[in-house]
Write a protein that binds this ligand. Structure first.
Ligand SMILES: Nc1ncnc2c1ncn2[C@@H]1O[C@H](COP(=O)(O)OP(=O)(O)O)[C@@H](O)[C@H]1O
Ligand SMILES: [Mg+2]
Length: 254
């Protein structure tokens, strides 16, 4: 479970988070919505310790992550996969290298283990058949050495998701996973998010401005506005909500 309580964050004069309270339960898929620049990415970065709050606290499985040591952050990041906005792959690295980079950076040099993990996560996101399937070795040989520039936008996104699944995290955060994709590819990525959440029983937190995604995958929705959680509830409650700020937001995006 993730508990965010009274979280404040300013950049210079700009108060971005102004007392965020939000609880994310195990196994749910929660979508975080809100205007561009309202602090959605900043909020999630606090949960993985990429940013430190000015006030308040963020608990992951009962531990306050603010002011975590380096070692504690490393173990936290194994439990929280992060799919960054854009595909955020390294252009000069191959698919294989992109997927296992965090393990490599933390000193893992066991080629067999790295290969098996890369194959597992790339199969999970549908870029490879199951490892037992016929033709697997051939497909792996082709995929592993491809560079991001050889891949379509949807495939790059899948590689980004695969990287987040390395180490079997309990939580996966997706930052605008369908932005920049065509509608068909967006729907495939939505399906993938839903499928992964149920297959691996993961808790998924999805930042999106794509209301089709919200309707499709969310168990719960939180809308940020002026540094606070303005709305929290199910999709049905969102659609029934009479709060003018929420209604105006939905009118713009639906
Ligand atoms: N590292 C940073 N330094 C200064 N300002 C930042 C930083 N990160 C984000 N901001 C500002 O915080 C606000 C919220 O950003 P962000 O969370 O990225 O918005 P979004 O809701 O679109 O994800 C924006 O005004 C952004 O410019
Ligand atoms: Mg953002």
């Amino acid at each position: 479970m993730i508990k965010i309580h009274n979280l404040h964050k300013a950049f210079g004069q700009k108060q971005v988070l102004n007392g965020i309270d939000l609880t994310i339960s195990d196994g749910e898929t929660i979508c975080i919505i809100g205007k561009s620049g309202c602090g959605k990415s900043v909020l999630l970065k606090h949960v993985v310790g990429l940013l430190d709050g000015d006030q308040g606290h963020v608990e992951v499985d009962g531990k306050n992550v603010i002011h975590f040591t380096k070692e504690e952050l490393f173990s936290l990041r194994r439990r929280v996969g992060y799919v960054f906005q854009g595909a955020a792959l390294f252009d000069s690295l191959t698919v294989f290298e992109n997927v296992i980079i965090s393990q490599w950076e933390h000193g893992e040099r066991d080629t067999i283990a790295l290969t098996q993990e890369a194959q597992r996560v790339l199969s999970a996101v549908g870029l490879l058949p199951a490892s037992s399937a016929e033709g697997f070795a051939k497909e792996w040989a082709i995929l592993r050495d491809k560079k991001p520039s050889d891949l379509s936008g949807g495939m790059r996104k899948r590689v980004g998701v695969a990287r987040a699944l390395v180490g079997s995290p309990d939580y996966v955060f997706y930052d605008e996973p369908t932005t920049g994709l065509d509608p068909v590819t967006s729907e495939q990525i939505d399906n993938l998010i839903a499928e992964l959440s149920s297959t691996f029983n993961m808790t998924s937190v999805v930042i999106t401005h794509d209301m089709f995604s919200v309707f499709k995958i969310a168990n719960r929705v939180a809308m940020l506005d002026k540094g606070k959680v303005r709305f929290e509830g199910t999709v049905k409650e969102l659609l029934d909500c009479k709060d003018t700020v929420v209604v105006e937001f939905l009118e713009r995006y639906v």
